[in-house]
Design a protein around this ligand. Sequence first.
Ligand code: ACM
Length: 473
Amino acid sequence: MKRFILFIAMLAAAANLAAAPRYDIVPTPKKLVAAEGYFVLDKNTSMVVEDAAFEEIAADFKAQARNASSFNGKKTRIVLRKREGFGKEAYKLTVTPTEVLIEASEVNGAFYGLQTFKQLLPAEIYQPSALKKAVKFMAPCCTIDDEPEFWYRGFLFDSGRFFFPKEEIMKFIDLCAMYKQNMFHWHLTEDQGWRIQIDKYPKLTEVGAWRKETAWHSGIGNGIPHGGFYTKDDIREVVEYARKRCVTVIPEVEIPGHSTAAITAYPELSCFPDRHYEVETRWGIWKNLYAPTATTFRFLEDVFTELFELFPSPIYHIGGDEAPKDVYKESQYCQDLMTVLGIDSEEELQTFFVKRIGDFLRKHGKTVIGWDEILDGGALEDPIAMSYRGHAPAARGIRRGIRVILTPNRWCYLDNKQEDQPDHIDQNVFMPLKKVYNYYPCVDSLRELSAKYIVGYETCLWTEYVPDNATAE
Ligand code: ACM
């Protein structure tokens, strides 16, 4: 009898679980009103696209959800409706037992409405190739009004430390889209590898994309050559894939530091062209910097000019971090240039360098992002600073009226220690999922300025200790 009662209690609990609608939506929508009942996506469902602007995202949704429906049913429908008055990324989603209605003014909003609807369905909806197994694609009824709080919702992926094939990059872009992240910051040049095909400078990829081996914490190399690069066609494919998912791909070309791979390919870009350089095999901060010469400026302008054809992004990232000035101190050319420019610190020489390239990008209609070191010189016109060394640089930036993206390394660097990965960039920072998820980009002591000048946040996946896709995921 006792067993029987237990059995009944378990059944009741299971029925209760099944009956309680679950709204597992990440990130949490602005407003959600739960309702009774479910919409079932199945062979009875059709899709109604009321505006041609939404055709492309509807077609992609149908392709992805083909294990749930062939979308020529007669009883229930998913409607994409264009309605004026919504912000670019805003939408309203109404789920009833017979209809899913997504209303938005622009394609970005409608796309996010579809993402939210997918999150209401069982996770199998994300497996386009899954067999039609016994999954019932039910979405709990509700009304959702939603719009992202921040303009910039970024994810950085570091293809410099390890090369990841384009197919794997596209998987990360899928994840960005799923979580309504709209900026994919692609870190493409490093001391350990240059990853972009540039026609005018073929040695960047012939030489700069390859290293002899990789050395881990111990500093002892593994003897295994590593490398790879993205062809222009690869990049076009990734950028187009992202565009269809409302994700902008922002390229980063690091200046003046993190440039050993480029300098190995073309030593004339360095302060000491006669020295021997090798693509770095170890992690860390290296002292090779681009020299502030006409040769380097021409090189960088040529590189960016080729990138303009590949990356339509209105924002470009020029790095600017971790550039020790030893070679600028040692170089007679740099010292003479400082005299000519009337400046007395090597930091100001970096400012001169960054301003020169920043001005070139601005002339081509680009907004420039740099790591928080770009705040040091203060010469760039209307830049966006990425505050990665905690919140102090953000405070400095917003006090001066500069737009800031928060990416403080102790909250936003996804390569920090989370659970049981064996190796991390910093063994001392424990950064479980909860800490990242609950992070809110703000300088607590400057709330008003934060609301005005902090344009968003970015999480970063640096890959020193992330050598493959499985670890990255
Ligand atoms: C950085 O972590 N050096 C941007």
